[in-house]
Design a protein around this ligand. Structure first.
Ligand code: PMP
Length: 382
């Protein structure tokens, strides 16, 4: 069944590709398929388009000291940022700082560095508001610290971290490099995205109606990384392999659209979120909200108190409503949400989470159907 016939409330997992993005992808394949590294005129045209798309992205974010590295998505960007820094600057120190509620593509990279390469990692727990503060980060710094990686928006509970503030604070520690995974932040925040104080920024295309299998790492020009893939030296030598111009231009388009409409979409999605949150709050006998202090309308996380959330999610799916229990990235591996556990919630609550992730394509009618179906299902499950 096409997803358009279903109620899709799993937009933090992935989003429907924008028609305009698809058009750019298709047209670029048709018209500009030459290899940007070829010196003939079609190759040079492709190279020009590629370079211009990098400049356009930097302009969108008002960045003047960064470079755009096109990659296969946020997972690759996170790995390149984290391991690239650790391996390049290993002589400076071996202490790293991250948070305990990062996406697995960050957490597992740190765990590998710890286990296989002898780095020491401090995992900061969010406070009861769901946030990592600049004070927590600064207090964890030692004279061996070389990298701090803190996500902008948490993908399970929507908590928003003060990335600009942390970046400005870390500027006082020139040896410490700062990375943020901004996959869930692009086009989805009610604040200006200011990455000027951040050394490395991860962005994923398919979270913002771009193509799956593409994303970028924004990197400060003066910073070096050890490349994870060796080869022909493309993407400033950080990602060898023939450049993917269609994907690059599609990513640029997705970022452009997401950023252009972020304000109006935020306001619209906030209305949907308000309705849903008000309903969930009206039934404290059935639900416990796992919300950060500053509510993010795009990600609403709650726990079912009386029923197993996995059973509820399955029953919702049978009723054509799609939500997640834990984040799709690790739903088969781990029991319960380590993110909600990190918030200090008890086992039963962390084990029964439901994440509703909204989008501007959702309607109030869909939210009403979700609410009535959820209540019906909870009443029916034995
Ligand atoms: N980081 C965060 C915060 C995410 O939500 C996701 C997607 N679940 C990723 C990284 C991985 O993104 P990608 O699929 O582009 O590798």
């Amino acid at each position: 069944m096409p997803i358009d016939n279903l109620i899709y409330l799993d937009n933090a997992s992935t989003t429907k590709v924008d028609e305009n993005v698809l058009k750019v992808y298709e047209q670029t394949h048709k018209d500009f398929f030459a290899n940007p590294s070829s010196i003939h005129k079609a190759g040079q045209q492709a190279k020009y388009l590629l370079d211009r798309s990098r400049e356009d992205i930097l302009k969108i974010f008002n960045l003047y000291n960064h470079q755009v590295i096109y990659l296969s998505g946020a997972t690759e960007a996170n790995n390149l940022a984290i391991k690239g820094v650790c391996f390049r600057y290993k002589n400076r120190g071996n202490h790293l700082i991250t948070s305990s509620y990062e996406h697995p593509s960050v957490l597992e990279a740190f765990r590998q560095l710890e286990k296989e390469f002898g780095y020491q990692v401090t995992y900061l727990n969010p406070n009861s508001d769901g946030v990592i503060t600049k004070e927590m980060v600064v207090n964890a710094i030692t004279d061996k610290t070389i990298l701090v990686s803190i996500m902008y928006v948490n993908n399970e509970i929507g908590a928003i971290n003060p990335i600009k503030e942390i970046g400005l604070e870390l500027a006082k520690y020139p040896k410490v490099i700062f990375h943020t995974d901004a996959s869930q932040a692009i086009g989805k925040l009610n604040e200006n995205l200011d990455f000027s104080s951040v050394d490395l920024v991860t962005i994923s295309s398919h979270k913002i109606h771009g193509l799956v299998g593409s994303g970028i790492l924004l990197k400060k020009k003066n910073l070096e990384l050890l490349p994870l893939a060796s080869g022909g030296g493309q993407e400033y030598n950080y990602r060898s392999g023939t450049e993917d111009l269609p994907n690059a231009l599609a990513t640029k388009k997705a970022i452009e659209i997401a950023m252009k409409h972020s304000k109006e979409r935020y306001e619209y999605v906030s209305k949907l979120a308000d309705r849903l949150i008000n309903y969930l709050k009206s039934r404290p006998d059935l639900y416990e909200l796992n919300l950060p202090k500053e509510i993010n309308p795009y990600i609403i996380n709650f726990s079912t108190i009386t029923k197993k959330s996995s059973v509820v999610v399955e029953a919702l799916s049978n009723n054509n409503i799609l939500v997640s229990s834990v984040s799709a990235c690790h739903s088969s591996k781990e029991k319960g949400s380590y993110v909600v556990k990190a918030l200090g919630k008890e086992y039963k609550i962390a084990n029964n989470t439901i994440r509703v992730s909204l989008d501007y394509l959702n309607t109030m009618e869909e939210i009403e159907i979700f609410i009535s179906t959820l209540e019906k299902i909870i009443g029916e499950i034995r």
